[in-house]
Design a protein around this ligand. Sequence first.
Ligand code: PLP
Length: 222
Amino acid sequence: MAIGSIIKEINDELPASTRLVAISKYHPAEMIREAYSAGQRIFGESRVQELQQKQAMLPSDIQWHFIGHLQTNKVKYIAPYVSLIHAVDSIKLLAEISHQAQRCGRTIPVLLQLHVAQEETKFGFTPNECLDMLEQGEWKEYSGARITGLMCMASNTDNETLIEKEFATALDTFNTAKQQFFNDDPLFSQRSWGMSDDYRIACRQGATLIRIGSKIFGPRQY
Ligand SMILES: *Cc1c(COP(=O)(O)O)cnc(C)c1O
């Protein structure tokens, strides 16, 4: 099926409050143009150099989201234009994003990455670590980075009950964080969960951003 028809199909089944992030990593710029022609404006990339190249050659009204693990020494390259950084997993990264945003005269929206999956990974805060970090308050000094919500990935499994439980944990953590630390901040509103194989489950658990790659663009060529 053509890229545009798939995007339309996905959008037709999404709740009104949920937006599609088209994950274009490892796919050529022509495919992004095709999605753009179908009206898609939000694209997600996970490698800084690839994002830099695509950003330079594609329409300037694209909203580029950075979705992967971001090294602090690379923040400066994307700070001038990135519209959302999904996976902030340390205070150190938050501080650097704030610093680089201020150098560009911007405020960069970010999400905190939660680790809710069973897989061992060094990335992301557990729900308790996330709430402790917010309680501790140092993040308030980094006002160039604006925390607008949470992001997570579920376990890579066919067990839908487990996936749903993990998204529910992320939603609970979001609600607690909202109530305790962002009650008077309407911008703290984004829940980035769900990929090609689990976005319907994610929507049931309150996703406002779903990150879909292979369902739109096909398998990635590594
Ligand atoms: C690659 C990637 C996606 C998209 O995965 P698909 O299964 O191709 O939809 C979503 N989120 C993150 C963080 C990714 O790295």
